[in-house]
Design a protein around this ligand. Structure first.
Ligand code: NAI
Ligand code: MG
Length: 338
């Protein structure tokens, strides 16, 4: 028997603590041989230990084969000493590509014509967090590198080759000719190495509009960190919302990849047992696919698709079911498919 997959599990804050245990139950139901080790990060961790990302967590993540992450709460006011641990984890583990798929589901809240993948640069851009105050001005630096753009563009091209062969490079190079200009040029150069791809480019504001008006025009979108953060939430909104949106953070082949729902800690519903765990289940499916276990990935996706079609559903999808209700259904479906 293959050795157990070493999985670092970071529940984080709020509904992260509700959807991650549910996702682990579904992973267990697949029969995968894995060894889960829990680690701390987030706001509660910061309050208790004075750091949002303890070095022990980073160390455990580094020594693991993969990381399953829930969500963390990051305040919008300045909290001295606090900075978002998920942004730091992506940077520290050099997980340079964030893959965020959005696909139509057979529910009233979903557009029927969506099947796209946002590939978001995940380590630089405006999220390098080099901000400072200069009197009454606030300044943020935006770092775009050739290396960072090249490697994320390559991941996007590879995904476009596996999908429908269409890549859209999203930028704002008309206003930001240095930063977005470099990203655009490098992405175009990388894409030129894939002559069978259809490659186009779009300004980010146009892309935001086109996503709503003609989402069927998109296959793979590659873009910088902040634009990708925003556009992927928008894309999730087209197909049922954040309760259904998973993501994978991937880097070099030897780094552990990190899998997480796109959503945050949802303080408005945390603690009520009504968070939709499906985004976390689909993150588990992305993990299984990433490690080459396509059969188990398929069983999780099929079980999720069945439960979305037939219910029960959590309140975000118009139902009244609890997190545990969905989990029990998906778990037993996965066991049945096995
Ligand atoms: P959010 O994603 O937590 O919530 C937005 C809305 O979607 C809320 O109404 C929430 O109830 C709903 N929602 C989200 N996930 C859901 C689920 N699984 N089931 C049902 N409803 C769901 O984003 P928000 O409110 O902007 O941020 C809340 C906190 O989360 C902030 O502290 C923010 O910093 C943090 N955050 C963390 C992220 C991460 O850890 N990766 C990502 C985004 C936000
Ligand atoms: Mg986001």
């Amino acid at each position: 028997m293959a050795s157990a997959l070493k999985l670092c599990v970071i529940e984080g804050d709020g509904i992260g603590r509700e959807v991650v245990p549910a996702a682990l139950a579904v992973l267990r139901a697949t029969g995968l041989n894995f060894d889960a080790q829990a680690a701390l990060a987030g706001w509660a961790c910061f309050e208790a230990h004075g750091t949002a990302l303890p070095s022990a967590t980073l160390e455990l993540a580094r020594q693991s084969d993969a990381v399953l992450f829930g969500a963390v709460s990051s305040p919008s006011h300045r909290a001295p000493g606090y900075s978002s641990p998920i942004v730091a984890l992506r940077q520290q583990l050099d997980l340079f590509a964030n893959l965020r798929p959005s696909k139509a589901w057979p529910i009233p809240g979903s557009r029927p014509d969506v099947d796209l993948l946002v590939v978001r640069e995940n380590t630089e851009g405006l999220y390098v967090r080099r901000e400072r105050r200069e009197g009454d001005q606030a300044v943020a630096e935006r770092i775009i590198s050739r290396k960072g753009s090249e490697r994320v563009a390559r991941v996007a091209c590879e995904w476009a080759m596996r999908r429908r062969g269409h890549l859209t490079i999203v930028h704002k190079a008309n206003v930001l000719p240095e930063t977005c200009g470099l990203f655009r040029q490098v992405a175009l150069d990388v894409a030129a190495g894939y002559p069978s791809l259809i490659v186009d480019e779009m300004l980010v504001d146009t892309a935001a509009l086109q996503l709503v008006v003609h989402p069927e025009r998109f296959d793979v979108i590659v873009t910088t960190n902040l634009f990708g953060d925003i556009l992927s939430d928008e894309a999730a909104g087209l197909v049922g919302g954040l309760g259904l949106a998973p993501s994978a953070n991937v880097g070099a082949a030897q780094s552990p990849a990190l899998f997480e729902p796109v959503h945050g800690s949802a303080p408005d519903i945390a603690g009520r047992g009504i968070a939709n765990p499906i985004a976390a289940f689909l993150a588990v499916a992305m993990l299984l696919e990433h490690i080459g276990d396509t059969d188990r990935a398929h069983s999780v996706r099929s079980a999720v698709a069945y439960s979305i079609r037939n219910g029960p559903r959590t309140p975000d999808l118009g139902g009244s079911a609890k997190t545990t209700d969905i989990t029990e259904v998906v778990e037993s479906l996965v066991r049945g498919i096995r």
